[in-house]
Design a protein. Structure first.
Length: 422
């Protein structure tokens, strides 16, 4: 088995990489084998047998619960921890107490602080936008804080009553409209958590020559949490990336001290010099702007809840979550789990209709993370070819002009044939 290691912040990748995988629930049993077959063919074609993926199955979700009585066995967490990089299909969220979300549990237990969601349009895929080709963004969603930390108390419980008493009598809070029937949640947002997320986004923008990073927040209302995220983000940009970025806070300072003309000149010079522009926008304005002027945004850094909304809206703009990939990454330790971003779709499970594209594109991200760019490009090109010709699974083909419906297996079989073509 080939284990990845990380040395001096750099991932060390052997020619044979062991990748733990969770098949997933519902349609996971159909899309994971399809994904693996395509990846295997792309790696074989790109490297002529010199590199390969050694797939190592681990368990979570219903399959794990039925076998072990545990929704997320310790062995699974240990495998992801040991081998650094893994991939997973969609998982059922347990009903009742215990783990609220298996996805959130994996992210928090492995401290996968970046939820990375690239969004782009494929020619041939139906979109509600007039020109979806303008949508090309990468979302850096903070993964471990915000209300997803799960710090909540249900109305009517002793814990909620004690918190209410503390808020009213110790903290002087008077703005709870219906205190006796209120549930409570706490939203932690830290300087460290915000800084490492924004740091990763800026570094990505520099590495991939993106023009700007946008901090999306609701700091006009939540001044110390979301407002703190914005301020800490700007501080990271100005202190750690000086000379390589230009912030709109710098623009505002120059405008105030030297006038708007000088500020505009400084901004123009920064753009000409190829510096990454760091800006911010209120979350609700961002959602509107992405529909009206999507070309204004390239790399986006945002908090957990905002990122959940944003990534799904952007996916819908380019054809739906069925072709939206995702990854959860800790750039410091090297740990990363790539995943299908959609649900288990129990209504079509076992019918050979599921779209494996989300998982496939997540596998492309995994190959890119490993530095196997050639194999990643082969898969992307094959998918582009299929979609451009109107050949896709039913969820996409039904909306395409002259779309041709392919089953899960037929779609997965077609991609390796395209990859094999000289």
């Amino acid at each position: 088995m080939g284990k990845l290691t990380i040395q001096k912040g750099m991932l060390q990748v052997p020619d044979v990489v062991t990748v733990p995988f969770i098949t997933g629930d519902g349609v996971g049993g159909e899309i994971m084998p399809a994904c693996q077959a395509v990846v295997n063919e792309a790696v074989q074609k790109a490297y002529q047998g010199k590199r390969s993926v050694d797939w190592h199955e681990v368990y979570a979700g219903e399959k794990a619960f039925n076998q072990t009585g545990d929704w997320l066995p310790e062995e699974t967490l240990q495998a992801f921890h040991e081998y650094l990089v893994g991939i997973k299909g969609p998982l059922t969220t347990p009903v009742g107490g215990g783990i609220r979300s298996l996805n959130v549990a994996l992210r928090q237990k492995l401290d996968l602080y970046v939820c990375l969601r690239p969004v782009r349009w494929f020619r041939g895929v139906a979109s509600p936008l007039k020109d979806p080709s303008k949508v090309n963004m990468t979302i850096f969603r903070e993964n471990t804080e915000d209300i997803y930390a799960g710090i909540e108390w249900k109305a009517g419980t002793g814990e909620a009553e004690r918190l209410l008493h503390f808020l009213q009598h110790e903290m002087g809070v008077t703005s709870i409209r219906f205190p006796q029937t209120s549930s409570f949640g706490i939203k932690p947002v830290s300087m460290e958590g915000s800084a490492r997320l924004v740091r990763a986004a800026i570094q990505y923008a520099l590495d991939t020559r993106q023009p700007h990073v946008t901090l999306v927040h609701k700091g006009n209302i939540m001044k110390f949490t979301e407002g703190g995220f914005k301020e800490w983000g700007y501080q990271v940009a100005e202190k750690e990336f000086a000379g390589r970025v230009f912030t709109m806070q710098s623009y505002a300072r120059i405008a105030q001290e030297e006038g708007k003309e000088q500020a505009a000149k400084a901004l123009a010079e920064a753009i000409t010099a190829g510096k990454v522009i760091i800006k911010d926008v209120i979350a609700d304005a961002f959602l509107q702007n992405t529909l009206l002027r999507p070309e204004d945004y390239s790399v986006v850094a945002t908090l957990n809840l905002n990122g959940d909304y944003i990534s799904d809206q952007l996916a819908a703009m380019v054809g739906g979550i069925g072709i939206s990939p995702g990854a959860n990454i800790n750039y410091l330790t090297g740990h990363a789990i790539f995943e299908a971003t959609h649900g288990t779709a129990p209504d079509i499970a076992g019918t050979n209709q599921a779209n494996p594209s989300s998982l496939l594109l997540s596998a492309v991200m995994m190959l890119e993370y490993l530095g196997w760019q050639e194999a990643a490009r082969l898969i992307t090109s094959a998918m582009e070819c299929c979609f451009a010709s109107g050949r896709a699974t039913a969820d996409l083909a039904r909306l395409m002009e002259n779309g041709q419906h392919l089953s899960t297996t037929a779609f997965a079989d077609e991609l390796p044939e395209i990859i094999k073509t000289p």
